[in-house]
Design a protein around this ligand. Structure first.
Ligand code: FO1
Length: 453
């Protein structure tokens, strides 16, 4: 039922008698969640109670209110849905290394299960927790379709090298999910005081929640349905046109784990959209996303200049002294006040909607390279802006996207040119050949940003 290759044991402890805890982190959903399904199965086999636990960091990698709000609303739905299954949900505020072992000790946990994230902070949390627990800590990759460590044991060069590895295993992993069985009797769990939770979060209110995208598992599924019904059939032709409104809008849900990529892939495969559209969408959803996890899993420097390929680092260093025609500070970038109306429109799209179209993300990041004092600074600015404004900030996809645009990751060396060195170049006339640039500018360039950096 659950492929054992999806699971790894992070310490040397054995299953004990006592409550099974699912420590939810990256995969913040009740349905189609392999980590929760595994914890539920353990509880059944060991004839023990089950509890789902979330440890809330009051401040997480500078996440502003936009992100906390999206996440907390999703978690409120998790609590409600778990209640219908008689599964208790507990939210602890503080550091996992103190909160989790203390809670495990208090309830005499026999098994702890968590989900997988390739991010450094997640690895650090798990190491600290695994060391202190007397129970085993299992990690389940509930995010990738092919578990990250099974797809490949090393950092891959590009989509070209990962694709055949994923495709060879897809038949084994792209399967239907079993139902999550309810527990026999209702839990006596205290309801969570969400206003108290909001009060304790230190999230910058200057980046407010967005109105147009509703958080949570139910909204994520509605968003998927609408994409499959209305937009998938033109995906191949239109997804690179920022004016076409042809994208899935699923990236924030995927980031917070409010929907499963495997579920999306299964539904997309079943849809009646043309083959070419399904193929183009599944390439983005599976190969490109899992390539980003691969990068972050096997490269500790995924969020800095140090992480990019040696040829790109060397080439950018050779051009570090080249004269830049324009130079902007991170604050100037953040307030969308460069000389370039197209770039400003992209930044305004990001500020106001929490999303930037994938095609514009490349242009946006490459211009940050062109207009920053050093490539190191460009890297920092792009990650800072993405993490601050994008609803899917702090996500492997974002780190890999910046590293592709600025640092040639998963790409090849191009012709040498000023500032860029051998990094692939992009300019506004290239954009104009692909789509109606003026229409895009008109759509986003009007409102003045009310948000500051
Ligand atoms: N995951 C948590 O387990 N606890 C948090 O407090 C938390 C806050 C948070 C804020 C913004 C954001 O974008 C993500 C957040 N996450 C949080 C999820 C986190 O990104 C993933 O779980 C990581 O991969 C770390 O495991």
């Amino acid at each position: 039922m659950i492929d054992p290759r999806r699971i790894r044991l992070l310490n040397e402890n054995r299953d004990g008698k006592g409550t099974v805890i699912y420590w939810m982190s990256r995969d913040q959903r009740v349905r189609q969640n392999w980590a929760l399904l595994f914890a539920r199965r353990k509880a059944e086999l060991l004839q023990q109670p089950l509890v789902v636990l979330f440890t809330l960091a009051p401040s997480f990698l500078h996440a502003p209110l936009r992100h906390y709000d999206f996440m907390l609303k999703g978690l409120q739905e998790v609590e409600t849905d778990l209640k219908t299954l008689n599964i208790p949900f507990v939210l602890l505020q503080g550091k996992p290394k103190t909160e989790l072992p203390r809670f495990a000790e208090k309830i005499k946990a026999g098994v702890v299960v968590t989900d997988f994230s390739p991010q450094n902070i997640s690895g650090k949390w798990k190491k600290e927790v695994a060391r202190q627990l007397t129970a085993p800590l299992y990690e389940v990759d509930a995010h990738n379709i092919v578990p990250c460590w099974i797809a490949s044991g090393k950092q891959e060069y590009s989509a070209r090298t990962l694709r055949p590895k994923i495709n060879a295993l897809l038949g084994e992993f792209l399967t239907d999910f079993p139902e999550l069985e309810p527990l026999a009797s209702p839990s006596a769990c205290q309801p969570i005081d969400w206003s108290d939770v909001y009060r304790n979060v230190h999230a910058d209110p200057d980046v407010p929640p967005v109105e147009w995208l509703k958080p949570g598992e139910k909204a994520a599924k509605q968003c998927l349905e609408s994409f499959l019904r209305n937009r998938l059939a033109s995906y191949a032709e239109k997804h690179n046109d920022p004016n076409a409104g042809a994208t899935s809008h699923l990236s924030a849900y995927l980031h917070f784990g409010q929907i499963s990529a495997q579920f999306i892939a299964m539904q997309a495969r079943k849809s009646e959209a043309p083959k070419t559209d399904k193929k183009a969408f599944l390439e983005e959803l599976i190969v490109r996303r899992e390539l980003s996890d691969n990068y972050c899993c096997y490269n500790d420097h995924y969020d800095s200049f140090e992480g990019i390929p040696a040829w790109a680092r060397e080439s950018l260093k050779q051009h570090a002294g080249d004269r830049r025609e324009y130079l902007y500070t991170p604050q100037e970038f953040a307030s969308a006040t460069t000389h370039d109306r197209l770039w400003n429109a992209a930044q305004l799209e990001l500020i106001t909607t929490g999303v930037m179209h994938g095609y514009m993300r490349m242009y946006w990041a490459k211009k940050i390279l062109e207009w920053s004092e050093t490539p190191e600074q460009a890297f920092e600015s792009a990650i800072f802006l993405n993490d601050r404004f994008a609803l899917d900030g702090r996500e492997p996809n974002g780190y890999a996207g910046v590293a592709w645009s600025i640092g040639g990751l998963h790409d090849r060396p191009w012709f040498d040119r000023p500032v860029y060195g051998k990094i692939r170049y992009m300019n506004a006339s290239g954009c104009a050949r692909k789509f109606d640039v003026n229409r895009y500018i008109a759509r986003y360039a009007q409102p003045k940003p009310s948000i500051t950096a």
